[in-house]
Design a protein around this ligand. Sequence first.
Ligand code: PEP
Length: 251
Amino acid sequence: MRRPIIAGNWKMNNTKQQTKELLTDLIPLVADAEAEVVICVPYTSLWQAGDMIRGTNIKLGAENVHWADKGAFTGEISADMLLEQGVEYVVIGHSERRQYFGETDQTVNARVKTALAKGLKPIICVGETLEEREGGKVEEVLVRQTTEALKDVDKDALDKLVIAYEPVWAIGTGKTATAQDANDTIAIIRDTVAKLYCEKCAQEKLRIQYGGSMNPKNAKELMAMPQIDGGLIGGASLKAADFSQVVKYNG
Ligand code: PEP
């Protein structure tokens, strides 16, 4: 019903040459994948990656998008600029953006609305910090982040966006939420969306990924959970062999 989607988030990694090397290895390895495969790459690699994956089953993603059409926003990038490069998906509200670059629930919402209006598919990141988890605030944080991100977003957009549940304490740390814990927490997000829209839309339309140190060893167990529709993969997406094993988590 909900097709699994595995997306790599390269972050600030891979020059043009490294992009070429990684994709040369990756493309044949994932050619027969059942899951939808996406790579979200730095702006400087978009052209190279887009050119190499054209005609394959890998889809192109970016790591951010500005909410304005154009203008005096030094260092930012617009939806039209991304579309021109063949971008289909865009990561919005990654915890590193929230932590280091002043991203807020409001700017996440602004980016999401622009992305959708322009025909880009947002991968919206939500997740609690360790402090919030230890303070018993997981539900409160996730309900708030999800509700704010989707403010004024139409029900029809739910199958054009993806939510990535990424507990901040699990990103790049080697610590993974247990499969059961990830599943139960994602259920909170789905329930929030059900309350905002409708039960059927949340169950049938919305895909929710898990992200946080997902790798070839834990992918199968995580993907077996009924609430988990895919993964947003950081470190393990930088090695073709590792990423392809996550993409083909069943094999
Ligand atoms: C991420 O960057 O979204 C991520 C989940 O990173 P990692 O897989 O390295 O924890």
